[in-house]
Design a protein around this ligand. Structure first.
Ligand SMILES: O=C(O)CCC(=O)C(=O)O
Ligand SMILES: [Fe+2]
Length: 294
């Protein structure tokens, strides 16, 4: 049986932001194997990693340094590996074994994410399968993001990842026991620590859009330190690339009358492309589709 803990629960408006899932059924050794496999990739010689560099933000395998080297002014203290793992599974061919572990990990985590989305649909007063059907999760985009934050001699001058919210519906994150993730909660940055073998779950921009703001995407950032290398794996779960995400029409009508849509619809693929091509900057991508209240 899963257990879900709400780590940040705004007392002001009862909006829930970030949860910790334990007893999720994904074997502990699979979590450690995928973290090891990811480290194995980052440890490859530079010229071997170059093979998996990718050119375009929608290339299925991309690796590199910083966030978006073409638009980022400051260099962030981070290497990354981004791989599309569903609906078509990709993996770098090195190091040996990574592909098999990644396939199993992706499938198991996707099941957990779909289970959570069922609960979230119900919490919105919708049928459990609502989000799954409306966003065509059978063909949903799942993206593996491995992050490596090497020890940094002057951590106060650098950052791992700048403040941002994730695209998609839910991101399930694990890390190698070294802290660094912070979320913004009631205007303050707070350190987030997960229990061993748990998933940290971030709600993404598309859950905010779909729920017409009942769920808010989590603003978060990654800090670096001068003691130990940190590795995290964020698994992003989005709708199918061709789904247009807009507020669920069922949430806009109630016995109390009509509720205005707070976000304009946009195809997930277009949103992803905009978010990934620009500098990560808070919730600026979401602001593009936000409809100001009149
Ligand atoms: O490394 C972390 O804890 C956060 C990673 C993250 O936010 C991301 O990959 O989008
Ligand atoms: Fe993130």
């Amino acid at each position: 049986m899963w257990a879900i803990h709400f780590l940040a629960n705004s007392s002001m408006n009862k909006q829930r932001y970030l949860v910790l899932v334990i007893n999720h059924g994904v074997p502990e050794n699979l979590l450690s194997s995928i973290l090891d496999g990811c480290k194995g990739f980052f440890d490859l010689p530079e010229e071997e990693k170059q093979e998996f560099k990718g050119n375009h933000v929608l290339d299925p395998i991309r690796s590199g340094t910083s966030c978006n080297v073409s638009v980022e002014k400051a260099f962030y203290w981070r290497d990354f590996l981004k791989v599309f793992v569903h609906p078509v599974f990709y993996s770098p061919t090195k190091p040996a074994g990574l592909s098999e572990i990644s396939l199993e990990y992706s499938q198991r985590v996707r099941e957990v994410a779909r289970g959570l989305l069922k609960g979230i649909s119900e919490s919105l007063g919708l049928e459990g399968s609502y989000i799954d059907k409306a966003q065509n999760l059978e063909q949903g985009k799942q993206i593996f993001v491995g992050n490596l934050y090497p020890t940094c001699p002057q951590p106060e001058l650098a950052m791992g990842l700048p403040p941002h919210s994730d695209h998609g519906l839910l991101t399930l994150l694990i890390y190698n026991g070294i802290g660094g993730l912070q979320i913004q909660h009631e205007g303050k940055w707070v350190n987030v620590c997960a229990l061993p073998n748990s998933f940290l779950v971030n709600t993404g921009d598309h859950l905010e859009i779909l729920s017409n703001g009942r769920y808010k995407s989590v603003l978060h950032r990654a800090m670096v330190n001068n003691k130990a290398t940190r590795i995290s794996i964020a698994m992003a779960h989005g709708p199918s690339l061709d789904s247009v995400v807009s507020p669920a029409p069922e949430l806009l009508v109630s016995s109390k009358g009509n509720e205005p849509a707070a976000y304009a619809g946009m195809k997930y693929k277009d949103y992803l492309e905009i978010q990934q091509s620009n500098k990560l900057d808070g919730k600026s991508c979401l602001d593009r589709v936000r409809i100001p209240a009149v």
